[in-house]
Design a protein around this ligand. Structure first.
Ligand SMILES: Cc1ncc(COP(=O)(O)O)c(C=O)c1O
Length: 342
């Protein structure tokens, strides 16, 4: 086990020992290669550099209270990566090999898995990039799949404490028939200017986008889906321009199992005024309770938490989800993969 101040880890890159790579050449994926290099050597005309042929994923491995290591819903990340590949015409990485790569990567970096008590986790970042050389806009003939691991702490300040968010109207992150449903680099490049301009160097945790067509409905935050609670109902946006969050999908199932109603539908901005609780959710954010959402253009401020604490349903959902991830709650939906032998 490494000597790291686990409790103080930010959500950032911390060097680990190995990454796992696989190349697609001559029409097929090759064998896995284990590397301790942190750099990659690619052609200057690679499609990832010019035309954004890049997709990635983010998932976590947790050291549980019982000492076992669990990876959360890796099958869902494997499927979403395939969907992202389809969306930007890259070669799909096979589902079973994705699972094999995640397990390999966790085992190879086992000494960097944060201990249970720290509340930190080992973040896995798989990606696929087009490495084949092209000058005209067209899909590459060669690809690289790579996964690295890095221990991380909370994405938003204070972890499970409420943060302020802000609505941005000046920029769109994705379009209704665009690439927002895929986890591709271009979406994140498109969000950086909005983030910097809207969040004022940390005054807000993250920016919220409205639907690009009508600027009427809440889409999502820059790195997390949105949910709200009203009358024992879990409400989350239905939109063709947001990422299908695996955390959100899990919270929907947990909400139903806790006896809540669930609604997936467009959420008009004015409706924010009626919600009892609200949160941003994602692998990195887990549940990040929303203290308030400001709309600087209209001067409105929608407040969900006056004391900075999460609401009761958010807390229940958070505890249930974390419990499954850390092995203190039964994994009734079969969401975790136990990594044996570490
Ligand atoms: C834009 C965006 N929305 C939502 C999410 C949440 O998705 P997931 O719960 O699968 O991590 C992410 C990733 O963390 C994201 O980048």
């Amino acid at each position: 086990m490494q000597k790291i101040e686990w409790e103080k880890l930010p959500f950032g890159y911390y060097p680990t020992n190995y990454n796992v790579r696989c190349y697609y050449r001559n029409g097929k994926w090759g064998e896995f290669e284990i590397s301790s290099e942190t750099t990659i050597n690619i052609h200057m005309a690679a499609t990832c550099l010019h035309y954004g042929q890049e997709a990635f994923e983010g998932l976590k491995a947790f050291r549980g209270a019982d000492g076992k290591v669990r990876i959360f819903r890796l099958d869902e990340n494997a499927k979403r990566l395939q969907s992202s590949c389809d969306g930007i015409m890259m070669q799909r990485f096979p589902l079973d090999r994705f699972e094999e790569a995640m397990i390999k990567c966790v085992k190879l970096n086992a000494e960097f898995i944060p201990p249970y008590e720290s509340g930190a986790s080992l973040y896995l970042r798989p990606l696929i990039i087009g490495t084949g050389a092209k000058v005209g806009v067209s899909p590459a003939d060669e690809y690289l799949f790579l996964v690295f691991a890095t221990p991380v702490g909370p994405y938003f300040k204070g972890g499970f404490m409420a943060n302020p968010y802000v609505i941005t109207r000046k920029y769109d992150r994705s379009a209704p028939l665009g690439t927002g449903i895929y986890k591709v680099g271009g979406n994140y490049a498109a969000s950086m200017r909005a983030h910097i301009e809207a969040c004022h160097g940390g005054e807000y945790a993250c920016e919220f986008y409205l639907d690009a067509k009508e600027k009427k409905y809440i889409d999502e935050a820059g790195a997390a889906n949105f949910f709200a609670i009203k009358d024992n109902t879990y409400i989350t946006p239905k939109s063709t321009s947001i990422l299908p969050s695996i955390t959100n999908k899990s919270l929907i199932q947990l909400a139903e199992s806790l006896g809540m109603k669930v609604e997936r539908r467009p959420i008009a901005e004015e409706e924010l005024a009626t919600f009892e609780e609200a949160g941003a959710c994602g692998t990195a954010a887990v549940i990040s309770p929303i203290q308030r959402i400001d709309d600087p253009e209209t001067g409105k401020s929608y407040v969900f938490s006056k004391d900075g604490k999460p609401g009761p349903w958010s807390e229940k959902l958070y505890n249930k989800l974390r419990g499954i991830q850390y092995g203190t709650e039964p994994d009734e939906f079969g969401w975790t993969t136990i990594v044996e032998g570490i």
